[in-house]
Design a protein. Structure first.
Length: 744
């Protein structure tokens, strides 16, 4: 009886104590991008060891808190920890919080970046684009190879080249990677891959990681002339700035590589930031373990540094450096002409100055340096080839919002291109087979106007461009136009057309001497696009698009300028080709719950070669090596709980033709296609995080090729008495991978 009375007294005292406190805190959690309310965010008061999850509208409440000093912590998988100190002075005190969550591969900021359209990266609605946010880039990249180019390969209409999932390059609706312009912070760069020329018995990754990329934009067809240096498609990648806070660090250890990233405030106040990262890979060990033991051993390291500083509110300076080294060792090489070891480097340095002259006028200037040397040696250690590509680039752009509905933009670029190449025969003694030393200036300029009319129901864009290259007797003029018409509130029609030029470098040079033949190539292409976009609510859209690229390769040939009997210059068209088809994409983009896309693409890529020079006639059209009629790209990510996120990818391709189907046979007829089998891969990924005070640990788990589908990739052709025999090899089998990341 006494025991029950004591328990009753304790219970009454506890209830009275609780009733004595009416202090509470309330708040709302939003995303830094678009200010979308975030649900399923873990909200904790650390000192009281109490926690809750934000509601569907992003709100949370804690009631009956005693006075004191506390720390409010917000945690969710894929987001940075947020810790806010606060104090309740009295028993009936109340506080309201407005809290912004930032993806952990995004710069730390307390402001909300509100964009007019979550499916457009600040472009006119007349521009057809596919983009990746920083969160999507991380989730769609694989844990095994944290590479944004793997995320790009999951976009609708994009496939790994030849369905070779070990390589980072890709095709875009029939356009080869050689015709895709890769722009890094506004500078056109060569392929930024860890690989070596002529080494196919291996894998490749880009020097970029999802931790330093802010956004990715793919422009597949009829894009503005600002990106008109390539004729197939344009890929615009922007690296992020560091957080203008105290130092933040992230260390990650995985099965494929280890990396360390740091960022923080530069100088006093919040005028500048720094962001640096280093990475060491052991991908070669994994590929030899997972695929076959005699696979080429690839090892590399890379690093980057970005500095940003605001001299004044109107003047901002940036510096970005990216570099890395790759070493390849192929144990299968046995002959003097085989590549046993290969090394390559990549260096990219860029400095920029932005001047906000007025709120309506922005000037942007940049200078960049690129260097990409490589060397190959045979089993005897003798040089087989040495190549050193270098480039200086300077450019500027202007954007003038001369009215509320119109913006005029323009820009220029001047590039100094240099390439030094030598090839050797690894005999005794070593013989120089070919050498080339070329330098050329390349200049371009563009102007672009975009306007909206009738209360933003009609958007028009037009752009024009002029290109030129030293010694090339071609100065192509290009133009582009696009129209977007919102016929009803949720339905928009899109039409676009453009003409583009791609100028080759280096040129082919024949035998050295005053009469050596010089062949200069350039490409021209016409793009057409028509589509309809239907919005299905605020976060979902359905897009149907038809596209057509019609391209040609042109050759200008002439003899050496010092030849006593100079060869007359000639111009011809060695080939013509097209890629056309249709695409349907259903996409939902939200910071809550389900986000992703389903894209089905039907495309044909065919080519016709000149049979008589100059081009008097062409062969019948045959399939290009980029012809994959059917592809299906599915990606979905879902935050199951505040600390658990699930994602999946499903990729299907009907199969690319091999080289045996791309040429005329001895009798002048087309050889039949010999295609690789259909490609199918399903991946599953789960991320789980734990918060410990003011630091955080995240476990990444992933299974690649979940169904263990036996995908085949091209290996080599073997000559036989009755023709060539195609040899293929297995791609990745079912591959579980894992990684750990620590953020502090």
């Amino acid at each position: 009886m006494v025991r029950h009375s004591m328990m009753l007294v304790v219970l009454v005292c506890w209830l009275l104590s609780r009733a004595a406190y009416s202090a509470e805190i309330r708040g709302k959690v939003t995303s830094v991008v678009r200010g979308e309310p975030l649900d399923q965010i873990e909200v904790s008061v650390l000192e009281l060891k109490i926690a809750t999850a934000s509601a569907a509208d992003g709100t949370f409440t804690f009631r009956n808190l005693p006075p004191g000093k506390y720390t409010l912590r917000l945690n969710a998988v894929g987001y940075r920890l947020v810790a806010v100190p606060f104090a309740l002075a009295t028993a009936d005190d109340a506080k309201d919080f407005s809290l912004v969550m930032v993806p952990d591969n995004f710069r730390r900021t307390d402001t909300v970046d509100v964009k007019a359209d979550l499916f457009q990266s600040g472009d006119s609605p007349a521009v057809v684009e596919e983009n990746l946010t920083s969160s999507e880039t991380r989730q769609a990249s694989t844990v095994l190879a944290d590479d944004p180019f793997r995320a790009i390969q999951s976009l609708p209409g994009v496939s790994a080249a030849g369905n070779n999932e070990l390589l980072a390059d890709f095709t875009v609706t029939g356009a080869p990677f050689s015709e895709v312009g890769v722009y890094l912070d506004g500078v056109l760069i060569p392929s930024p891959f860890h690989n070596a020329p002529n080494v196919i018995n291996g894998a490749s990754l880009s020097l970029l990681t999802s931790e330093i990329v802010e956004d990715v934009k793919l422009l597949p067809v009829a894009y503005p002339e600002e990106y008109g240096e390539r004729i197939g498609a344009a890929l615009d990648i922007h690296t992020r700035e560091g957080s203008r806070t105290g130092p933040l660090f992230r260390a990650a250890v995985g099965l494929g590589d280890s990396d360390l990233l740091g960022e923080g405030r530069l100088g006093s106040g919040t005028r500048g930031s720094w962001l640096g990262s280093v990475r060491k890979s052991y991908l070669g060990y994994l590929t030899r373990t997972l695929i076959r033991s005699n696979f080429a051993d690839i090892s590399f390291y890379d690093g980057s540094l970005k500095l940003s500083y605001d001299l004044t509110p109107s003047h901002a300076l940036t510096f970005y450096g990216l570099g890395g080294n790759t070493h390849v060792d192929d144990s299968t090489a046995a002959q003097p002409g085989d590549v046993r070891t290969a090394t390559s480097d990549f260096v990219f340095l860029r400095t920029g100055w932005r001047w906000s002259v007025t709120p309506h006028l922005l000037l942007d200037h940049r200078v960049a340096y690129i260097r990409q040397p490589s060397a190959q040696r045979n089993p005897r250690g003798q040089l087989l080839s040495r190549d050193s590509y270098g480039e200086w680039a300077a450019g500027g752009s202007l954007a003038w919002a001369w009215s509320r509905t119109s913006t005029l933009a323009g820009g220029w670029t001047l590039r100094r291109l240099a390439d030094h190449f030598s090839s050797y025969f690894g005999g005794t003694p070593t013989v120089t087979l070919y050498t080339s030393d070329q330098v050329a200036l390349r200049g371009s300029g563009y102007v672009q106007q975009s306007s909206s009319f009738f209360n933003d129901r009609v958007h028009l864009m037009g752009s024009a461009r002029m290109d030129g290259r030293q010694s090339l007797d071609a100065h192509p003029f290009s133009g582009q136009g696009a129209l977007a018409w919102r016929v009803v509130r949720a339905t928009q029609l899109q039409f676009a057309a453009g003409r583009y030029a791609q100028l080759g470098f280096p040129d082919y040079q024949g035998a050295p001497g005053p009469c050596g033949l010089v062949e200069e190539f350039y490409w021209r292409s016409n793009h057409y696009s028509a589509g309809v976009e239907q919005r299905l609510g605020e976060n979902t859209q359905l897009r149907v698009q038809f596209f057509d690229r019609q391209s040609g390769r042109f050759l200008e040939a002439h003899g050496g300028l010092l030849c006593p009997i100079p060869l007359p210059p000639s111009r011809s068209q060695p080939s013509r080709y097209y890629s056309r088809g249709a695409q349907i994409v259903l996409q939902r983009r939200s910071a809550n719950r389900l986000s992703g896309w389903i894209g089905y693409t039907f495309a044909r890529a065919r080519e016709s070669d000149a049979t008589v020079q100059p081009s008097a006639s062409f062969s019948p059209y045959f399939d290009r090596n980029t012809d994959q009629p059917v592809s299906l790209n599915v990606f979905a990510t879902y935050r199951l709980r505040p600390t658990v996120n699930l994602s999946t990818k499903f990729l299907y391709g009907s199969g690319f033709p091999t080289l045996s189907g791309l040429a005329l046979n001895a009798s002048g007829g087309l050889q039949p296609d010999e295609r690789l089998p259909a490609y199918l891969r399903a991946d599953f990924r789960a991320d789980k995080c734990w918060a410990f005070g003011r630091w955080k640990m995240t476990l990444y788990g992933e299974v690649l090729n979940l169904t263990n589908h036996g995908n085949r990739i091209f290996s080599y052709f073997q000559d036989e008495p009755n023709g060539q025999t195609l040899h293929t090899q297995h791609a990745l089998p079912i591959t579980p991978t894992a990684g750990l990341a620590f953020e502090f």
